[in-house]
Ligand binder design. Sequence first.
Ligand code: GLA
Length: 440
Amino acid sequence: MSSFTSHRTSRLPAFCLLILVTALLGGRPTLVRAQSTDPAAGLDYGSNVAGYLFADQLAQRKNPAFDRSIAATPAMGWNSWNAFRCDIDEAKIRAAADELVALGLAKAGYKYLVLDDCWQSGRAPDGTLLADGKRFPSGIKALAEYVHKKGLKFGLYSSAGYKTCQGRPGSRGYEWTDARTFADWGVDYLKYDWCYVPDWQDPFDAYARMRDALVATGRPIYFSISAGLRADVMDWAPLVGHSWRFYKDIRSCWDCTGDRAANSILTIIDQASTRSVALKSRPGAWNDADMLEVGNRGLNSDEQAAHFALWTLLASPLMIGTDLSKLTPEALALLKTPTLIAADQDPLGLQGFRYRDYGDTEIWRRWLKDGADGRRRDMFVLLNRGSQPRRIELDIDDGATVHDMMNNLAGLPTTDGRYAVDVPPHAARVVLVNGMQFKN
Ligand code: GLA
């Protein structure tokens, strides 16, 4: 994200004008205050107009042709950024496509292959966006064809600003041209960032412009919003995107300190459980906790497993962010854990949240779709944030059964209505409980 953007631009004059004009026209508008003011979250919604829309304006900004069915469950795939940053080329991307298939990840559900920032070099005289000819000599269309032939879907990255976050050409002012180019190339997914955007730009308008341009192409394209540094992102992003980042860029660390403290796994989950964020996810529209760091240095294997389990509890998109050619068998098995993938993709689409907070230990809970037997199903992540081993206990209702999701073991023992487990430092245990009562 660029410091070029400001989140505090005053919108008061425009807002007053809006009220005046509406009053003069004799309408009796219903003022809709964004529901996401959660003082506990410490977020500042400023005076952005997106948070103060009249109901009829809100309706106008919706695009009925925007197809949410392509995101009935959170997107799963691979993205080049966490693994390679700007060091990308067509050989690496093709290799990633090969590996997604060869390693069984595509079969497990990871179907989107997304080329993040740095693939662009400039624009042709007619405005068409051009790929970096040295790194992508065959062009993006050929790359997308290669990816499609593997049975995968192809994604690209751009920005709502003049430039992307790495200073490449952005789509601002070229939304319709770029959307047509993307559709022509066979793009199935667009990650759309928020760098180099003028301070005064309303983000809702900027994202709606690209959404409408994508819809107009007639090609179904998953619209992934990346504007996690905007304090007002929860006010408008759920209305325009299939998924949206709700916080800062992830770093491969459990509880980093210093400059990176805000980018750690623990900080991101804390943000995810705030009321303003947690209640917004639903089928077709998902909170995005950012791309996975499974397989990367910086997290040990317990931390990677806890990170992955929590992302599935959060119903986050699962975008692998590592060099697949270096994946260990353990990390591969983690990414393919069937019970966790099934939880992430649960059709009910409710995000999980922090259910019990005991300090270093916490219990997170997600309500999944009822089983075929009609019994309630709950996923619990028993999390040890701290650096000492801890015992975590979970109350289990009479008749309910406990299943270890990581190791796929049914019928775990309970004592006096409690399931108890020792959890190593920076680790999680994940259980599915069948038959909890609603009272919990
Ligand atoms: C932003 C995004 C990242 C990545 C980079 C690329 O920081 O949040 O996920 O796309 O831009 O420049």
